[in-house]
Design a protein around this ligand. Structure first.
Ligand SMILES: Nc1ncnc2c1ncn2[C@@H]1O[C@H](COP(=O)(O)OP(=O)(O)OP(=O)(O)O)[C@@H](O)[C@H]1O
Length: 547
């Protein structure tokens, strides 16, 4: 028996379709209504056999058009959307359609796809907002990618190589820290960022991981990533961390040593990732023809320190030397003053700003105390007393200059404690030994200048003592941030004398914002014009002469 053509097959009959005759059906399709009953057979309906070719052509055209329109809609419809769209016809038992009817349905289809996509986007935004709230992440910038829920998402969302995931787990990193959750997804989506997150919260991995995912190990003479650090110790530490994370891939990871910066033959060197202090890198660019034009990734770690007076021009010339137009730049620090942020914005485009917790605040893992020691002499007595009562190594003691570091060392070296010292007058090797000795537990107390305040990661530092009052709130935050790292608790003791009293307000505010108690008179002190404070202090050795 010959099959009666249905309404849908008539609609798909193309050129022979009688619009006047089927005006009612067209109207129903326009309003999206389903036909109540099959339409009566039409004598004009296309006969089977010879029409097949035409039908196929018309079907192909219809599909082509529908695809084109979908693409135009906003380019995000998936293949499954297209299939779903045609299932509308299936429900109406339609097998083919004219271009016009397809157009109508496609429009409806597009509308529902747009609604669906909008809903998906809304859900995604909501999910991202919940994650940000949970991890105290604050962002500014448009279209910011959602934070990572877990390291597994590196694979599912970003196709991360298994060697990297393996290394993360070998290093004992199970869950991303808040800054890692947000900064990694931003950098992997090709956006620039400046990030401010507490000391010891894993900022290093937040920039190393996307870097290792983005760049490929290459050949000689082509630096692909540059990491700038304010001190040699931090540069050495970052190089070590980078090598650990890159294990299993042939990345050339190089630390810019003095020798390298003065005599390095960069053209013949396999160096994918270069870690350096600004002056050494600048020297190598100018004197050793180091070519940074193919750098894809530039990180300014401890960026506020790097931008501090004296470094600005050097940083500027390094940024210019990294001339690749598609470079991704990022800035990381635990403190980000407005002035530095404004300066940084001038070199970045479409950057996202990430703040974890409260901007410019100390890690909440540190118990902070301010102790009035009266005079310089009082400070030495208080320090000895504190060691006698409870010495819980490793302990870091900060002083304001290398002379004072030497003086305090001479005072303590004959006491019954294993004390060491690090300052700028020591050779690079001696400085590294001092760091290694503290890490290995060979020394219990390390007397240090500001050189160790930034970025150095001594996991187990139990206590930081600010023997000399820090010169600014940010110096304080970084100094005490050498303890209380990676989720561990820590302690910070800050001595102050009569001379330091007028400068207490800034530091007291840091304590208040981290929930530590301070006497109310400290926060009520008048605001000072200068944020920096460095007192001329009596020599520490003077005390012994006097005794
Ligand atoms: N996801 C993680 N899980 C557990 N530990 C981690 C994770 N990420 C980093 N760490 C560890 O946390 C410690 C602090 O990390 P890192 O030195 O990167 O801190 P930071 O935020 O750069 O601090 P600073 O501001 O002082 O430079 C390191 O010992 C590091 O190995």
């Amino acid at each position: 028996m010959e099959e009666k053509p249905s309404l849908s097959s008539a609609l798909f009959a193309g050129t022979r379709f009688d619009r006047k005759r089927f005006a009612g059906d067209i109207a129903r399709f326009r309003t999206g209504a389903q036909p109540a009953a099959p339409a009566p057979p039409t004598p004009d309906a296309a006969p089977p056999g010879p029409e097949k070719k035409r039908k196929r052509k018309s079907k192909a055209n219809a599909k082509k058009n529908s695809k084109k329109k979908k693409k135009r809609a906003d380019g995000a419809a998936s293949a499954s959307d297209v299939v779903e769209g045609f299932s509308v016809f299936k429900g109406a038992e339609a097998k083919e359609a004219t271009e016009e009817s397809v157009e109508v349905v496609v429009r409806e289809d597009e509308d529902s796809a747009v609604v669906r996509r909008r809903k998906e986007a809304e859900r995604e935004i909501e999910r991202a907002a919940i994650l940000r709230k949970r991890y105290d992440i604050h962002i500014s910038g448009h279209n910011v990618p959602a934070p990572l829920e877990s390291f597994e998402e590196l694979v599912s969302r970003y196709d991360c190589d298994s060697y990297l995931v393996g290394n993360l787990s070998k290093l004992g990193f199970q869950e991303p820290t808040p800054i890692q959750r947000q900064a990694i997804s931003i950098l992997l989506s090709g956006r620039e960022c400046f990030a401010c997150a507490p000391t010891g919260s894993g900022k290093t991995l937040a920039f190393l991981l996307p870097m290792l995912m983005k760049i490929k190990p290459g050949s000689k003479g082509c630096v692909k990533a540059v990491i700038l650090c304010p001190t040699r110790e931090l540069a050495a530490q970052t190089t070590r961390e980078c090598k650990k994370l890159a294990k299993g891939r042939k990345f050339g990871v190089k630390l810019m040593t003095k020798d390298l910066s003065q005599d390095g033959n960069f053209k013949d060197m396999h160096c994918d990732i270069l870690v350096s202090t600004p002056l050494r890198l600048d020297h190598a660019i100018r004197k050793r023809d180091l070519d940074l034009s193919r750098v894809e990734y530039l990180v300014l770690d401890e960026s506020d320190k790097l931008f501090e007076l004296g470094f600005v021009e050097v940083i500027d010339s390094i940024v210019k030397a990294c001339s690749n137009p598609s470079i991704i730049r990022s800035l990381f620090s635990a403190t980000l003053p407005e002035t530095i942020e404004a300066l940084a914005r001038t070199i970045m485009h479409d950057a996202v700003r990430i703040i974890v917790g409260r901007k410019n605040s100390a890690s909440s893992m540190i118990k902070q105390k301010l102790i009035f020691a009266g005079t310089e002499r009082g400070k030495l007595i208080a320090l000895r007393q504190s060691f006698a009562e409870s010495l819980n190594p490793p302990v870091l003691v900060f002083v304001q200059s290398k002379e004072r570091a030497k003086e305090l060392y001479r005072e303590l070296v004959y006491d019954d404690i294993r004390v060491d010292v690090i300052h700028g007058d020591l050779t690079e090797e001696q400085r590294q030994d001092a760091v290694d000795n503290l890490r290995a537990g060979k020394s219990w107390v390390l007397i240090a200048t500001e050189v160790l305040a930034r970025g150095m990661d001594f996991k187990g530092v139990n206590c930081v003592i600010n023997y000399d009052f820090p010169e600014s709130a940010s110096a304080y935050i970084h100094r005490i941030g050498r303890s209380g790292r990676a989720g561990r608790s820590g302690e910070a003791i800050t001595f102050f004398t009569e001379e330091d009293k007028p400068f207490l307000r800034n530091i007291a505010n840091v304590l208040v914002s981290s929930g530590c108690e301070v006497p109310s008179w400290m926060v009520a002190l008048p605001k000072l014009k200068s944020r920096k404070h460095r007192v001329d202090r009596d020599r520490i050795s003077f005390l012994t002469d006097e005794d």
